[in-house]
Design a protein. Structure first.
Length: 114
C-alpha cells in the first residue's frame, strides 16, 4: 500500500456545504486524497506492465490532487534511444490515462541501464 488511512477531511462541496472525503498519509508525510492513491496505483501498474524489466518505477502525485504526476522509469529498454524516444515509450504506456483526462500534467524522468 502506498499510504496509511488517516480518516476524512472536510471541504466545501462548492455549494457552501461541507463534505467529507477520504484522505491518506503518503510515504512523504503529505496528505493525499484516496482517489490520488488509486490513480498512482493505476499509473504504476501500467508502467510496470510496459517495462517488466525496469529496475525502478516510481509515481509521485506532485500536488496531492490525483492528476499532476512525476514518473521515473529505469529500464534497459531505453538504451540507445534518444530522450524523446524514451519519453515516447512512457507516453505510449500511459496513453489511456492521458486520453481519459486522468493525467493533467506529467513529468517524466527516464534512465537506461548504464
Amino acid at each position: 500500500m502506498l499510504g496509511a488511512a488517516v480518516g476524512a477531511q472536510r471541504r466545501d462541496d462548492g455549494g457552501g456545504r461541507l463534505a467529507e472525503e477520504d484522505v491518506e498519509l503518503g510515504g512523504d508525510g503529505r496528505l493525499r486524497h484516496a482517489c490520488s492513491l488509486t490513480a498512482m496505483e493505476r499509473l504504476d501498474g501500467l508502467l510496470r506492465q510496459a517495462f517488466p524489466d525496469a529496475s525502478e518505477v516510481s509515481v509521485v502525485d506532485r500536488m496531492g490532487t490525483g492528476d499532476h504526476f512525476q514518473v521515473v522509469v529505469a529500464s534497459p529498454r531505453f538504451d540507445g534511444l534518444s530522450l524523446v524516444g524514451q519519453h515516447r515509450l512512457v507516453y505510449d504506456a500511459l496513453a489511456e490515462p492521458l486520453a481519459d483526462g486522468a493525467i493533467h500534467e506529467l513529468r517524466i524522468k527516464t534512465k537506461g541501464s548504464q
